[in-house]
Design a binder for this molecule. Structure first.
Ligand SMILES: NC(=O)c1ccc[n+]([C@@H]2O[C@H](COP(=O)([O-])OP(=O)(O)OC[C@H]3O[C@@H](n4cnc5c(N)ncnc54)[C@H](OP(=O)(O)O)[C@@H]3O)[C@@H](O)[C@H]2O)c1
Length: 308
């Protein structure tokens, strides 16, 4: 495969989705501890268009994408427990491509009961687990508000908090309230009908997966001594101090978080949800535009890249 070229999306300059170009690049070669994957499906995450727009710095040019599912086609030195032909999923940098390399430690065997599209939609689970348990130390009986319970991170946060025995309140659009209830929420607030602050009593933890003005507004519904857990932006420090609460960044990435998510997935105690599948690499721009502007939705956007 060394001299072969493969299709991949490339970004040469920050900007709108017209900066995504379908090009040919050399097939990557797995280094020590890495595997080469034939990518079947790539998750499409808000971070993909945030990086493309230059909101987060990334060396140019690059291939977008942070997670995928696929089939192992080559194995580097030092890799144990993974062989050619294995169906896997996990964190894969540059996943908008026909093939990509990734450290084997970031990959997990795809459960048989999941499709490749579903397996490419698990990254939000890792984020939710890391925030709720590594950072917030959520325990049974605590009251938690989860913003955007139907979103790619929120839908896992609701399932995980429910499994942990928390009392779960979540925000969602009216059309997603049944869905979020089915994930385990005790109360679902239609955040468009009235300000969420007026529809609930205070909680021990707010998990804010929305950001913007929602972050500072959330301070009002955290009990004194409680926690505002953020993954988009942090609140104003003076307001946090005046309210007598804590605010923490929940975006830490640990190998433990994904290991725990993988265990729960195999036991069928959590489930991914796919909102829309875009059918090939040539639809990458449409997929990112949909993630950025797609309106109400439940679950994750996925880019299908090849047949299994
Ligand atoms: N720091 C980190 O490590 C990290 C990791 C992953 C993600 N993130 C960030 O977390 C954010 C969420 O990611 P995601 O993948 O969950 O995004 P997503 O799937 O695109 O989230 C879309 C959801 O947001 C909901 N929503 C929009 N405005 C809302 C509001 N004002 N109140 C309540 N819900 C609202 C919508 O719900 P309805 O359809 O029900 O209206 C929709 O379901 C992104 O900004 C992402 O970049 C950070």
């Amino acid at each position: 495969m060394r001299n072969l070229h493969i299709p991949a999306i490339r970004v040469h300059a920050y900007g709108a989705s017209d900066q995504l170009f379908l090009e040919e690049v050399p097939v990557p070669v797995p280094a020590k501890d890495e595997v080469l994957l034939k990518i079947v499906a790539s998750g499409v995450n808000p971070i993909d268009w945030k990086i493309r727009e230059g909101m987060m710095q990334h060396p140019l040019p690059f291939t977008p994408g942070v997670e995928a599912s696929g089939v192992v086609t080559a194995v580097g030195d030092g890799v144990f427990g993974m062989k050619i032909g294995d169906e896997v999923y996990g964190a894969v940098d540059g996943s908008y491509a026909a093939y990509a390399v990734a450290p084997a430690v970031q990959l997990y065997h795809k459960p048989l009961h999941l499709s490749f599209e579903e397996a490419a939609a698990m990254g939000g689970g890792k984020t939710a687990w890391g925030a709720l348990f590594d950072v917030a130390k959520l325990t049974k009986g605590q009251r938690i508000l989860i913003h955007a319970g139907a979103g790619g991170v929120g839908l896992f946060a609701v399932q995980l908090a429910f499994n942990a025995g928390a009392y779960v309140i979540a925000t969602a659009s009216a059309e997603n309230m049944d869905f979020v209830t089915s994930l385990g929420a005790n109360e679902v607030i239609d955040y468009k009908a009235a300000p969420f602050e007026t529809q609930m009593s205070p909680v021990d933890i707010v998990f804010d997966t929305v950001g913007g003005e929602t972050t500072n507004r959330s301070i009002a519904v955290v009990k004194p001594g409680g926690l505002l857990l953020c993954i988009v932006n942090m609140p104003t420090p003076e307001k946090v101090e005046a309210a007598g609460i804590r605010a923490l960044w929940g975006g830490t990435k640990t190998v433990t978080a994904m290991k725990e998510i993988d265990k729960l997935l195999h036991k069928e105690l959590i489930k991914p949800y796919v909102r829309k599948v875009f059918k090939s690499l040539s639809h990458a721009a449409a997929a990112q535009d949909y993630s950025q502007n797609g309106g109400p939705g439940r679950g994750k956007i996925v880019l299908r890249i090849s047949e299994e």
